[in-house]
Write a protein that binds this ligand. Structure first.
Ligand code: PDD
Length: 284
């Protein structure tokens, strides 16, 4: 079965799918997206992803589109692909119009999706932990909206790879640690988990929510508060969360070892609990 694309209601092989050159997503980054993954043929936390997609569209004043239509298309794509471990990318752009900064009324939203097998995190990184650099957060100030404007994220990721690390962590001008290039970030200090609060400066990650719920159920103490790079470097454990990232330990940041430089027990435990929940087809 080839990797498939969905374009405004039509399903086709990915290489056959094209978008009009005057799509506002293409010219202005005027589009929102989601990325949802399946485990053994079941989509993990699909309703939460659809909630966030609707929120992103509302925040940008897109005309509403039918949730049930999008959901049906996602499920149909998954079924047709036959992939047990699929990654589905869903993008909705405001529409197609002659290039103009002002928004033409009554544009038809463009809905595209792709489905491929999930590109898993490399086994050795998953097992031994990832390395990261910190970078200045140069993104716009509505990082809570999942828009397709990912240039800062993409450049930061590449900078990390070019410097021999696996990922980059955004830090604000004031030195506040935000999140990864495609993940949220948690630290563990003295047995307590700390993560950035939900503000305009980070994405409200679905995996972040799943981890918060797991911690609650496991009686692990969590605090949502701001912290700086010194606290990050001094943490006992650090991990990233995301749909593909799942729970990924980070053992070295800016050349400094985190804790003893090995994957910590709490991170390992939360990863196991998240996997268990995902494989059971559970929701948060
Ligand atoms: N990215 N923060 C950012 C900036 C992200 O791009 C993502 C996800 C997350 C984690 O969100 P979630 O747990 O809902 O996947 C946090 C997706 C996977 C992507 O860009 O493909």
């Amino acid at each position: 079965m080839p990797d498939l694309a969905y374009v405004n209601g039509e399903i086709m092989p990915i290489e056959k799918a094209v978008v009009p050159i005057e799509d506002r997503g293409y010219q202005f980054g005027d589009g929102v997206y989601e990325f949802v993954a399946s485990y053994e043929g079941r989509l993990f936390m699909l309703e939460e992803h659809l909630d966030r997609l609707e929120r992103s569209m509302r925040e940008l004043a897109f005309d509403p589109i039918s949730r049930s239509e999008i959901k049906a298309a996602i499920c149909d794509l998954l079924k047709r692909s036959g992939y047990p471990r699929a990654g589905i990318y869903i993008q909705i752009s405001r529409g197609v119009a002659p290039r103009n900064h002002a928004i033409t009324p009554d544009m038809a939203a463009q809905i595209i999706m792709t489905i491929r097998p999930v590109k898993e995190i490399q086994e050795d990184i998953r097992k031994n932990g990832a390395t990261a650099i910190t970078v200045q957060d140069t993104r716009w100030v509505r990082c809570d909206i999942k828009t397709v404007q990912l240039l800062a994220n993409s450049l930061a990721k590449q900078k990390a790879l070019d410097s021999g690390c696996d990922d980059a962590i955004f830090v604000s001008d004031q030195g506040i640690v935000r999140e990864g290039t495609s993940s949220n970030l948690f630290i563990i200090s003295g047995g307590k988990l700390i993560t950035h609060p939900l503000t305009d400066y980070i994405l409200p990650g679905i995996t972040r929510t799943a981890v918060l719920n797991i911690c609650k159920a496991a009686d692990l103490e969590v605090e949502e508060s701001f912290f700086g790079t010194e606290t990050l470097y001094g943490a006992d454990e650090v991990f990233l969360t995301g749909t593909v990232t799942e729970v990924l330990p980070v053992v070295r940041i800016d050349g400094r070892s985190i804790g003893d430089g090995k994957v910590g027990p709490i991170t390992r435990r939360i990863y196991d609990l998240l996997r268990k929940q995902a494989l059971a087809g559970g929701s948060a």
